[in-house]
Ligand binder design. Structure first.
Ligand code: PLP
Length: 419
């Protein structure tokens, strides 16, 4: 079978066509090594629409100022833009108010904020932090650091063979020692979408807090933190078609209100004296120093861009593209995809018999196709399959079946050349 034989090519789903998105993203129209670029490294970072690029340029060209200080017009304008970005993130996440959103550098910083602020204040000897075995290192290492300090314990939540969470094991691990459950809303290696709402409800029965790592989720499907009932939700702008260096942490109002600041400096204080300082209200007390103001403007533009397409249509398109890609890759002899949990996002981590993942990525790069190879900062998830390294193609709304064909054809040629 060749990929051209495959039926049900997902060209459009409902009102959404990937061409609508591609038109807006300039870098997708460049060549790499003499071939039109095929960007399949969206799990690492997404490409940016001109709406985001133009918003950044317009901010610096016409509106740059520091915020929350200075009684002048541009400071006021920059402050308004920054706070409008906060309101946009709150709406995007279904958060009850903008004050529940803290700006951070990205998911990693958001999780470190919770670990260092909430964790140091709430964890003690013998307490347990349940962490999914599919987590990114940024949802493992910050907990290890605070666990060492507080003598709490990290407990991995095991996976089933298809890469889904072992729900029964999870239930069995929960106890009144559990203080926190840290879980991804979508895995960056296996694509698994854990049953976060159900897990949160179970964790809450024991009084545990739940942090959801939404880094890989937010670009793929709509999120409603109210419905999830999550205590914390973290994501990065750059995986959502926005700029690098900006992300957000949502926290339930009562949880944030009880947390001490984690970094001190300007912008996060009310009064400073050598005898002591008082802090600005939430969320400003978690935003010490000058923030990434342009990044917030760009993130706002990215949210507007993504939500200008029907989210349900985009999700349906990505689902059909994933199905198409799974069928296409099944035609490559010796290729095995890791993770087949129902409802997974469009992430295809794979091994190819006889080829090192690094060689696979280099081969594809010669054809202008960008994928990732290595441990994907989620080593425990690969070890679940007895691996240290794998190749990964991660799809986004602007990817097309033709691009999947180019990936498949290139891999078939690699197989043939390897004999
Ligand atoms: N969590 C997951 C699931 C990820 O995939 C990533 C990045 O790949 C991160 C966290 C870390 O994101 P960032 O590097 O933007 O902080």
């Amino acid at each position: 079978m060749t990929t051209a034989d495959l039926d049900a090519r997902p060209r459009t789903a409902g009102a959404f066509s990937p061409e609508d998105a591609r038109r807006d993203v300039p870098v997708l129209h460049r060549t790499v090594n003499g071939r039109p670029l095929v960007w399949l490294d969206n799990g690492a970072t997404t490409q940016k629409p001109r709406q985001v690029i133009e918003a950044l340029a317009a901010y610096y060209a016409g509106a740059n100022s520091n915020i929350h200080r200075g009684a002048h017009t541009m400071a006021r304008e920059a402050t308004e833009a920054y706070e409008a970005g906060r309101a946009a993130v709150a709406r995007f996440l279904g958060a009850p108010s903008p004050e529940t959103v803290c700006f951070v550098r990205g998911t990693t910083e958001a999780i470190n904020l919770v670990a260092q602020s909430w964790g140091r204040a709430n964890l003690g000897p013998g307490d347990e932090i349940l962490v999914g075995a599919l987590e990114h290192h940024s949802n493992i290492v910050p907990w290890q650091l605070v666990a060492r300090e507080t003598r709490a314990r990290l407990v991995p939540v095991p996976l089933l063979a298809d890469g889904s969470i072992d729900r029964r094991a999870f239930e069995g691990l929960l106890s009144y020692r559990t203080r926190l459950v840290a879980i991804s809303h979508a895995s960056n290696t296996l694509g698994t979408v854990p049953p976060v709402r159900e897990m949160t409800a179970l964790a809450h029965r024991y009084g545990a807090r739940v942090l959801v790592d939404g880094a890989q989720a937010v670009a793929h499907f709509p999120v409603d933190v109210g419905e999830l009932d999550a205590d914390f939700y973290a994501f990065s702008g750059h995986k959502l078609y926005g700029p690098t260096g900006i992300g957000a942490l949502y926290g339930k109002p009562e949880v944030l209100a009880a947390m001490p600041p984690w970094q001190g400096g300007g912008n996060m204080i009310e009064q400073v004296d050598f005898t002591g300082s008082s802090y600005a209200p939430v969320p400003h007390c978690f935003e010490a120093g000058t923030g990434n103001i342009a990044g917030v403007v760009g993130l706002h533009a990215a949210i507007d861009w993504l939500t200008s397409f029907g989210r349900a249509e985009v999700a349906a398109y990505e689902e059909s593209l994933l199905e198409y890609a799974q069928q296409a890759l099944a035609s490559v002899p010796g290729l095995e995809v890791l993770g087949s949990a129902p409802g997974k996002i469009a992430v295809l981590t794979f091994t190819l018999a006889g080829s090192d993942p690094g060689e696979v990525a280099q081969w594809l790069d010669r054809d202008g196709i960008a994928i990732r190879a290595g441990h994907h900062c989620a080593q425990p998830s690969l070890r679940h399959y007895g691996l240290d390294s794998a190749a990964r193609a991660s799809l986004a709304l602007y990817n097309t079946p033709e691009e999947v064909d180019r990936l498949t054809d290139s891999l078939l040629r690699l197989r043939r050349s390897a004999g």
